[in-house]
Ligand binder design. Structure first.
Ligand code: NAD
Ligand code: MG
Length: 291
């Protein structure tokens, strides 16, 4: 057993600005995605999953855990993240599972449709659609928030979810799952995340409504709502630069979460063990409970 207070690095952290999208390999300290710790036990044997944002952060932790639980995986990420993605492909293959990399920007409907078609071709079907990719850029004032940024945040976080779910559902059989990624921001928005917080609230509501719509097909839809996690999203503009040294200090643990501390929830929501769970927003907030 380990004390959760002292298990992982605590603030202060070094300033470390990156351009968006950031890379996990550039972070100090390196995030823990479960590379050396996650142990599978066949909970997702034979599952076929598409994971967006699978190169880094939460998506990488989910990809490692799913592979070690027996899943074959299509990974989506942006082309500029290839170096991070290669590390994940190698880890999935070391787990003895298939890793198919399909990079591309999901803020485009035609690409989202192609991504689902190619996933089904490669894996022979789709059992779990795991949407982790997200865009977050802090902006101090509504006066400086541009329509271009609003479009990019909503297209990447909300429209892509609609396009990918719509394209995937006809391929999904009873028992299949969709797992979205919301945020504590949906409930307790930061003033600097006017656009982003709105997308995360939209994701939570979409999750609840779609769950009711597809229950008759035997498909479950849930979302995970993380609190502050140590990933490249944050030092690449997700927070004002001066907030990075103290990132996570407001959690009652006094530190940010590590992606490895979140992967087990995605595994649970994709597995048969959660067959009575749908339309749920599953908080992993570091002691700041959701309403
Ligand atoms: P991350 O930067 O490691 O992952 C985000 C990923 O989104 C990137 O790796 C990138 O591949 C993908 N992405 C961004 N724009 C894209 C586009 N146009 N097309 C395709 N892919 C794109 O950071 P993370 O923190 O692991 O983020 C994963 C999810 O977790 C996001 O949805 C984020 O909103 C959510 N989240 C993160 C935190 C946190 O504190 N880190 C808190 C709450 C929610
Ligand atoms: Mg990344």
């Amino acid at each position: 057993m380990q004390d959760p207070n002292t298990k992982y690095p605590r603030p202060p952290f070094a300033p470390q600005p990156q351009s968006v999208p950031g890379l996990a390999r550039e972070m100090n300290p390196k995030p823990d995605h479960g590379e050396t710790s996650y142990k599978g036990s066949g909970r997702l044997a034979g599952l076929r999953a598409l994971i967006t944002g699978a190169d880094s952060g939460i998506g990488r932790a989910v990809a490692i855990a799913f592979a070690r639980e027996g899943a074959d995986i299509v990974l989506n990420y942006l082309p500029s993240e290839e170096a991070d993605a290669r590390e994940v492909v190698a880890l999935i293959e070391q787990a003895g599972r298939r890793a198919i990399a399909l990079p591309g920007a999901i803020n485009d409907e035609a690409f989202c449709n192609r991504l689902i078609e190619q996933t089904v071709e490669h894996l022979g079907g789709l059992d779990s659609l795991v949407l982790v990719a997200g865009h977050q850029q802090a902006c101090e004032s509504i006066a400086d928030l541009t329509t271009a940024q609003l479009d990019e945040t909503y297209k990447t976080n909300v429209y892509s979810m609609f396009w990918l779910c719509k394209a995937a559902l006809p391929h999904m059989k009873p028992g299949a799952t969709i797992i979205n990624t919301s945020s504590i921001q949906a409930y307790q928005p930061s003033p600097t995340l006017l656009d982003y917080a709105g997308t995360k609230a939209a994701i939570a509501v979409f999750t609840k409504a779609l769950a009711k719509q597809v229950v008759e097909k035997g498909i479950r839809v849930n979302a995970v709502a993380p609190g502050p996690f140590w990933t490249p999203l944050q030092p690449s503009g997700g927070q004002p630069e001066e907030k990075i040294p103290e990132f996570g200090s407001k959690s009652i643990f006094g530190r940010p979460g590590q992606p490895a501390e979140l992967a087990g929830v995605y595994v649970l929501l994709a597995s048969e063990e959660s067959s009575y769970t749908t339309g749920e927003i599953y908080g992993v907030t570091g002691g700041n409970p959701l309403p």
